[in-house]
Design a protein around this ligand. Structure first.
Ligand SMILES: C[S@@+](CC[C@H](N)C(=O)[O-])C[C@H]1O[C@@H](n2cnc3c(N)ncnc32)[C@H](O)[C@@H]1O
Length: 436
């Protein structure tokens, strides 16, 4: 990959400042910006932003060692500039002095000429003291793994040190590009042949009957069959959700938290003639369900409503199957969405577990007798997963758990957990409940 340009660096600083200071999603910002960039420029910008935010806790610990006093909130852009410069030196192997000179000069583009000497001095100190400084920073294990302390502690408390170490290591890898082949159009073997013919290296992952992993940094709209809807992008662990729902033709099915529609599309690919309702309370995200499905040549009945306010959206007709892909901390997918480690707060977890339970209780009333509800999260915290299910089962007389007979992930007291990195997939949790 060619070295980052001044424009890349400035774009990246602006985006990361919006993430850190304003809580914006890096994925959204990047998607918008990449539309006007060619493949190479888009890839470079992604490398710089994803990389710097992924390692930002470690980089921030380095910056703290270099500065006499912390930067003010209104100078978040200068802090981010320093992270990025360090990221280029440590992880992209951009020549040291090119980085120092370029980033010191960027303070002028940020209209912060006063910071030029500070950037220049800090980066030069880093180069002089690098080995000792990194040793000091990495002695602090959450910083070494680039994680907030609360997240680090919570994973160790749930899974023990050994498994937690593997979770942390996986979270700092770059996520592979995994596709779900649209079986309504072609088989996975046929699609693999098309990739081979196009000279694109690919393989089958452990999980997901329709999953293909593409090597290298291909942009998805340049892969064969993109316009024709031959595939969707979806991690292999996420591809288990629709398989566990296992919809049968003619069934009435609810996808309760559907946007942006990754699993909605899969449900329809598995059984195109189900009577499916896709619900989500976020109008903007719901529009993306439409966009994603129309490329796949599929359509679905959609409703924008709070799933827990049943009178707003339910017509009283019960569902044979409900997928609750619950809002969660998303701590199982930090390798794919590295900004989550910055955006998520410790205090979010209580609110999320309350919402998860509320959604379960409400949606349960819409499940037909003998019907099933698949509960899914992309979290690794027991509080959002098996503990939510345990409490629900204890309080709900007509609910029982269906065993997931599988060789993937880990069997929990209820449901199964895939930890990040297991089967080279994202972290996901699944449980299946049946109404008696
Ligand atoms: C994990 S994401 C769903 C991902 C989606 N199933 C997919 O595969 O593409 C959770 C979704 O829940 C939605 N959500 C959060 N609270 C909700 C509520 N009270 N009612 C309905 N949807 C809600 C969010 O807008 C978000 O789109």
């Amino acid at each position: 990959m060619a070295d980052a340009t001044v424009n890349d660096r400035l774009d990246a600083i602006r985006m990361l400042t919006s993430v850190v200071r304003d809580g914006k999603s890096l994925g959204d910002l990047l998607r918008a910006r990449q539309q006007s960039l060619n493949v190479h420029d888009a890839a470079r910008l992604q490398e710089l932003t994803y990389g710097a935010i992924r390692w930002s806790y470690r980089l921030d610990a380095i910056v703290n060692e270099l500065l006499d006093k912390p930067l003010r909130n209104k100078d978040t852009d200068v802090k981010v500039l320093l992270w990025q410069a360090l990221y280029e030196m440590l992880y992209m192997r951009t020549p040291d002095y090119a980085v120092v000179n370029s980033y010191a000069a960027l303070t002028r583009n940020l209209k912060k000429n006063w910071a030029r000497a500070l950037v220049n001095g800090s980066l030069r100190t880093f180069l002089r003291t690098r080995e000792d400084l990194l040793e000091r920073v990495d002695a602090n294990t959450p910083a070494r793994h680039s994680l907030p302390v609360w997240f680090y502690d919570a994973v160790i408390a749930d899974w023990g040190k050994e498994k937690a170490e593997a979770v942390f290591a996986a979270g700092n890898q770059k996520a592979p590009l995994v596709l779900r082949v649209n079986q309504q159009k072609l088989s996975r073997d046929e699609y693999m042949t098309r990739l081979e013919a196009a000279g694109i290296e690919a393989s089958f992952p452990v999980l997901g009957n329709h999953a293909v992993v593409v090597q290298g940094g291909s942009r998805i709209d340049t892969l064969p069959g993109f316009e024709a809807g031959h595939f969707s992008v979806q991690d292999s662990a996420a591809q288990l959700a629709a398989e566990l729902v296992s919809p049968a033709g003619g069934e009435r099915v609810l996808d309760a938290c559907a946007a942006p529609g990754g699993k909605t599309g899969h449900l329809l690919e598995l059984a195109p003639d189900i009577d499916l309702l896709a619900l989500d309370n976020d109008k903007r995200r719901l529009q993306r369900v439409n966009e994603n499905l129309s490329r796949l040549n599929l359509s679905v009945q959609m409703q924008c409503a709070d799933a827990s306010a049943i009178q707003q959206w339910w017509d009283g007709r019960e569902f044979e199957a409900v997928l609750l892909d619950a809002p969660c901390s998303a701590l199982g997918v930090v390798r794919r969405h590295p900004d989550i480690r910055r955006l998520r707060r410790h205090t979010d977890i209580d609110n999320l577990t309350g919402l998860q339970r509320q959604l379960l209780d409400t949606l349960w009333t819409t499940v037909a007798r003998g019907g099933r509800l698949v509960y899914a999260t992309c979290s690794v915290l027991k509080r959002e997963n098996e503990e939510v299910i345990a409490a629900f089962l204890a309080d709900t007389a007509d609910a029982s758990e269906l065993n997931i007979d599988a060789d993937w992930g880990l069997a929990c007291s209820h449901g199964r957990q895939i930890l990040p990195g297991q089967h080279d997939s994202d972290g996901f949790y699944y449980a299946i409940l049946q109404k008696r």
